[in-house]
Design a protein. Structure first.
Length: 345
């Protein structure tokens, strides 16, 4: 299979590219290399004959048409997106342009290509989205594929909009699509603005470890390599429609942070526990209380379950950051890294 992956130099996208190449697929990585894009994430496959790179922006329709015509993929995996909630609070415009207009451009380019190919059977447009489109849960319940949308941030609203566009292009034009909505990812190559890498790097630097509110917000944590495995499985064997992908690892933010600190105490001990650096800060505007995914459909139809527990995944992740200081040191001067964002709400 030849797969066009948008956003393949990002955190999740690069995990998909690495795994797809390892499994013998040809992969074309289309990425604009904005602040969170890192070609270093793909060093292990950069010279592989199965891998190629196209520096392009999904907002550039002419570039998309050219790339599809030249490479003629069997499938598109659309991961390119602005994804940081705090950044969406400070600057929602980029999220509207990339996540909504960019997805529209991808859909139209893919539809034109599919039609020009004679509506080739087997072609798929796989749109990768988030559980945040469903809104916030209380202490009970889980998101299913039928949960009504209720986005609460500019980020989740833009992703919800892109999901609706994908569904509409299937219903209106017959474009063969599959959507996946995932829970919170973590793991190697995670850009240092999200919770897990911020905790690790602030701890190592002796800086305060910021925790929003009282740290009681609950997330379902999915190891990124498990997610990549699920995405490729859905692309290859899933039915058209939607699959929720969860880690089956719910944890409160404060407990996750303390777990990371405990791992660091063992792996890089110092005179005082890392947990002493935990600092509670003003909560994020519109901070959803809890996300939790019911993964029954992907488990029952495709036999997929996550293989990594949150404890094992966090241990692997901490070790990766300890072993790859050159990677994250090179990102410290990028826009927003090490700064508190999302305060303009």
């Amino acid at each position: 299979m030849k797969i066009l992956v948008t956003g393949g130099a990002g955190f999740i996208g690069s995990a998909v590219v690495r795994l797809a190449v390892a499994r013998g697929h040809k992969v074309v990585n289309l990425d604009a290399l904005t602040y969170a894009g890192c070609l270093e994430n793909l060093a292990s496959v950069a010279d592989d004959p199965l891998y190629s790179f196209e520096h392009a922006d999904i907002r550039d329709r002419a570039a998309l048409d050219r790339i599809l015509a030249v490479h003629q993929p069997d499938a598109v995996m659309h991961l390119a997106a602005e994804s940081h909630v705090d950044r969406s609070i400070d600057g929602p415009g980029d999220f509207i342009e990339t996540n909504i207009t960019g997805t529209y451009n991808m859909l139209e380019a893919a539809r034109s290509y599919w039609v020009a190919q004679g509506k080739r059977e087997g072609f798929r447009f796989h749109h990768i989205s988030t559980d945040e489109v469903y809104g916030s849960l209380g202490p009970e319940g889980m998101f299913t594929e039928d949960t009504p949308y209720d986005p609460r941030s500019p980020y989740s609203a833009s992703k919800a909009s892109s999901d609706h566009l994908v569904r509409a292009w299937h219903e209106t034009y017959g474009l063969p699509v599959v959507l996946t909505n995932c829970s919170n990812n973590y793991g190697p190559f995670h850009f240092p603005e999200k919770l897990v890498p911020v905790v690790i790097l602030n701890a190592l630097a002796g800086k305060p470890i910021p925790v929003y509110g009282e740290g009681l917000n609950v997330r379902d944590w999915l190891y990124v390599e498990d997610h990549a495995d699920a995405l490729l499985l859905v692309l290859e064997k899933g039915a058209m429609g939607r699959y929720n992908i969860g880690g089956e690892n719910e944890a409160r933010n404060i407990d996750l942070v303390k777990t990371i600190c405990g791992i660091l105490d063992q792996k890089r001990p110092k005179e005082t526990p890392y947990a002493n650096q935990i600092t509670f800060v003003q909560d994020r505007a519109g901070h959803d209380l809890r996300y939790a995914i019911d993964p029954s459909r992907i488990r029952d139809e495709l036999g997929w379950r996550p293989s990594v527990t949150v404890e094992e995944g966090l241990e692997r992740t901490v070790q990766w950051y300890l072993d790859n200081e050159d990677w994250w040191r090179a990102l410290q001067n990028r826009d927003g890294v090490g700064q508190r964002l999302g305060t303009k709400g």
